[in-house]
Design a protein around this ligand. Structure first.
Ligand SMILES: CC(C)(COP(=O)(O)OP(=O)(O)OC[C@H]1O[C@@H](n2cnc3c(N)ncnc32)[C@H](O)[C@@H]1OP(=O)(O)O)[C@@H](O)C(=O)NCCC(=O)NCCS
Length: 183
């Protein structure tokens, strides 16, 4: 049984995984897709712990690979619920890679997963609220509100800008870019 408000600490999740040779790309570094898959798993675990329900990934904001990850490093993914809306929640995640031989820790990535709570029938359901227990959690919640607003604005702008342009206007808008129109 889940209460309607839960603490951030109730769902905080940390996963540490060894980067094995089969994770590497042709350049010998860890494949970005491996990290994305781990990130999605950790976001899912954090969301279901908070919601007590099935959850789906809706959107990911801010994925940037700041540093390459090497085979043999220990990658830690730390995730927590930053913001809760009606049915959606934003999971903030920080990823670090530790070289166990040198002890050097690299910050490789920080990002935000929007997840939505669903029931067994695949219908959206209310996500429990969040209990904020310190200033950092309050700051993250406010940041989450801003992320939700910006992401909605971005979707609206992308749709409306391009829907209202004629084919000629669209062609004109890309005329100085690195592309050739070949039909
Ligand atoms: C995303 C999805 C839940 C949206 O459903 P919908 O019927 O359009 O419902 P809504 O518009 O009410 O959106 C539900 C919530 O998601 C949020 N949301 C919807 N689209 C979003 C987007 N592109 N980016 C961020 N948040 C989004 C809404 O803000 C809303 O949040 P709130 O309830 O906290 O206010 C639905 O499209 C879906 O189930 N997609 C598939 C998800 C999936 O299967 N993921 C795994 C991929 S393999």
């Amino acid at each position: 049984m889940y209460s309607s408000f839960k603490k951030v600490s109730d769902s905080e999740t940390i996963l540490t995984e060894l980067m094995i040779p089969s994770y590497s790309n042709f350049g010998g570094k860890v494949h970005g897709g491996i990290l994305l898959s781990l990130m999605d798993k950790v976001a899912y675990v954090t969301a279901v712990k908070h919601c007590g329900n099935y959850a789906v990934t809706v959107a990911v904001e801010g994925v940037e690979f700041l540093n390459p990850v090497e085979v043999g490093e220990l990658v830690s993914l730390k995730a927590s619920v930053n913001y809760v809306g009606k049915t959606s929640l934003i999971i903030g995640m920080r990823i670090e890679a530790l070289n166990p031989k040198t002890g050097v820790v690299k910050h490789t990535n920080s990002c935000y997963f929007t997840m939505a709570a669903k029931n067994e029938n695949g219908e959206l359901v209310q996500a429990p609220g969040i209990i904020l227990e310190n200033d950092e959690q309050i700051r993250r919640f406010a940041e989450g509100m801003a992320i939700k607003k910006l992401s909605k604005e971005k979707r609206t702008i992308l749709k409306s800008d391009f829907l209202h342009l004629s084919k000629d206007e669209v062609r004109e808008s890309i005329s100085n870019e690195k592309c050739q129109i070949d039909f």
